[in-house]
Write a protein that binds this ligand. Structure first.
Ligand code: NAD
Ligand code: A1AUG
Length: 522
């Protein structure tokens, strides 16, 4: 009989306090260590076989574009097919591994990741441009996902735990949750460890095998996560690591007849494409593919005249500029009741001016954006903003050997302005004026998205109405709209923000399983 780790009640991984010198030094040491490992080559892994390809993804440090983080082998359609065959074969054995044993791999990985926390964060920092706090939060969330989904699978595997069935005489009826098959996991770059680890391990712990195609800007940290799962002994072929072009490998696997599900987190455009392609039935396909798609947002903060205005301004700035506004939860709009608009706008500008821009490894508040494409797109939006609103602070490039942009705030933006409607995914905030709190909520709701939102008020009646009428997957009252915690704030959005598949929630694993009812005459 196997021995397993004792499973204690789930609790979130604490964040590191970098105000303490010893923690700061530990992170600096981790960065120095990771720097000695830059420029390495990373293979694909298919069914446990390491494959070096001639074509490579070159991952660079967005805060110092002369620094190569690593060279990662790149799958083409032939290798994607090989990976599919490996995953199909492994599914036949992996699906029979008891849930408790599957969960154990996640618990072991969580333990090792916790021990090497700063090493994971330091690599992520160099590859994605996160500063100390943002990287630390990402690693903590990855550990949370491992711990949480491990426990969730154990719970789900207890027959009739999730759906206690009505008993009738003469029959023994049971319901259990069995895996789906081979899934394609397509994470984004902006939570390159947490979301990558969460999406992958949720699928795997549920008994599926997967093809993991990481984002092309952050494949090295994805590889470090994959290597950790190998280190804890996850059988070969359960996760097949196949970095590659979204258009080439992604489309091939999305339309593949043996793909049973696609778990995607990323932009609206790519999510909709996957949804459309997956809806077609390929020759030989015997199921309807399941698509889990978590997409973008145009999140916002509503402030009424009864609110604690200092708290609101602080939350607006934190939500807009954390990780340079590159969170799907980023509060890129603030809608403020006109009687307090000037006061809030003034304070937001003051706080934004305090955000210093510089290299992430020196822990500046505002680091680089992810790559040249994003950099140019964001700068274009800033030019659009100059036509649509009043530039209050920022407004262009910032100094540095990387993709640095000044935290930028526009005032007096109209509700239909592009900077109020479109996801910019960068350090750009639009402030808009509403005549009263009802109009402010209506303006908040007037986008195609519905991911996160905050309402600042001290009026209980209005808060009660806001709780009902602000239409988004994650609604916060009197706090920022970023920073959901696993198990505490299950995360996912409405409308064009996705399928509201709540990551870090108690119904998430159901998305990776199918319920089987068995009825026996007794
Ligand atoms: N709702 C959420 O939980 C959530 C969380 C994080 C990020 N996001 C969103 O993600 C976006 C930023 O991430 P991104 O720039 O990596 O998004 P993206 O859509 O450009 O890419 C996401 C992933 O899809 C892959 N891809 C690209 N084309 C593909 C195709 N044709 N088929 C299959 N895969 C393909 C990419 O390589 C990447 O791995 C933002 O819109 C953000 O709001 C949403
Ligand atoms: N869950 C994160 C956002 C993930 C998307 O980028 C938050 O709540 O801030």
């Amino acid at each position: 009989m196997k021995t397993f780790t004792e499973v204690k009640p789930y609790a979130n991984e604490p964040f590191t306090n970098f105000a303490l010198e010893e923690n700061k030094k530990a992170m600096q040491a981790a960065i120095a260590k990771v720097k000695t490992e830059l420029g390495r080559h990373y293979p694909l892994t298919i069914g446990g076989e390491k494959i070096e390809t001639e074509a490579k993804i070159t991952s660079i440090n967005p805060g110092n574009v002369d620094e190569v983080v690593g060279y990662v082998s790149k799958a083409d359609q032939k290798l994607a097919e090989q990976a599919m065959q490996a995953a199909l074969a492994t599914f036949e054995t992996w699906k029979k591994v008891p849930a408790r044993e599957r969960a154990e791999y996640l618990f072991k990985a969580a333990k090792l990741m916790r021990e090497r926390k700063h090493e994971f964060s330091a690599l992520m920092m160099l590859e994605s441009g996160k500063n100390y706090v943002e990287a630390d939060v990402d690693t903590a969330e990855a550990i949370d996902f491992l711990e949480f989904y491990g426990r969730e699978m154990i719970r789900l595997s207890q027959v009739n735990e999730t759906q206690p069935l009505t008993r009738i005489p003469g029959e023994d009826n049971n319901i259990s949750y069995i895996p789906l098959g081979v899934g394609v996991i397509i994470p984004p770059w902006n939570f390159p460890l947490a979301i990558c680890a969460g999406m992958t391990t949720a699928a795997v712990v549920s008994g599926n095998t997967v093809l993991l195609k990481p984002a092309s800007t952050t494949p090295v940290i994805a590889h470090k996560f994959f290597a950790l799962m190998e280190e804890v002994g996850l059988p070969a072929g359960v996760i097949n690591f196949i970095p590659g072009s979204g258009a080439e490998v992604g489309d091939y696997l999305t339309t593949h007849p043996k793909t049973r599900f696609i778990s995607f987190t990323g932009s609206k455009e790519v999510g909709l494409r996957i949804n459309k392609l997956a809806a077609d039935t390929a020759p030989g396909q015997i199921w309807i593919k399941r698509v889990i798609a978590e997409m973008g947002g145009k999140d916002g903060i509503v402030v009424d005249e009864t609110a604690d205005l200092e708290a609101a301004a602080t939350a607006i700035v934190a939500s807009a500029f954390g990780f340079q506004g590159q969170k799907c939860s980023a509060g890129s709009r603030a809608i403020i009741v006109e009687s307090v608009y000037d006061q809030v706008a003034e304070r937001v500008v003051e706080l934004t001016k305090q955000l210093q821009v510089g290299p992430q490894e020196q822990n500046f508040a505002a680091g680089p954006v992810i790559d040249k494409t994003s950099y140019e797109r964001i700068l274009e939006y800033i030019e659009v903003g100059k036509q649509e609103g009043t530039l209050l602070v920022g407004g262009g490039k910032a100094e540095g050997n990387g993709y640095y942009i000044q935290p930028t705030v526009f005032g007096e933006a109209g509700g239909k302005a592009r900077i109020m409607q479109e996801e910019i995914f960068g350090p750009v905030l639009a402030l808009a004026k509403a005549k009263d709190w009802k109009e402010a909520i209506a303006m908040y709701n007037d986008t195609e998205f519905g991911l996160t939102g905050s309402y600042f008020s001290t009026d209980e009646d209005r808060i009660a109405e806001a709780l009902e009428t602000v239409h988004c997957g994650n609604l916060y009252i009197n706090r920022k709209c970023t920073g959901a915690l696993v198990g505490v704030h299950p995360f996912g959005g409405f409308n064009m923000s996705g399928t509201d598949s709540k990551a870090g929630g108690y119904d998430y694993l159901l998305l990776f399983t199918q319920a089987k009812l068995t009825s026996r005459k007794i």
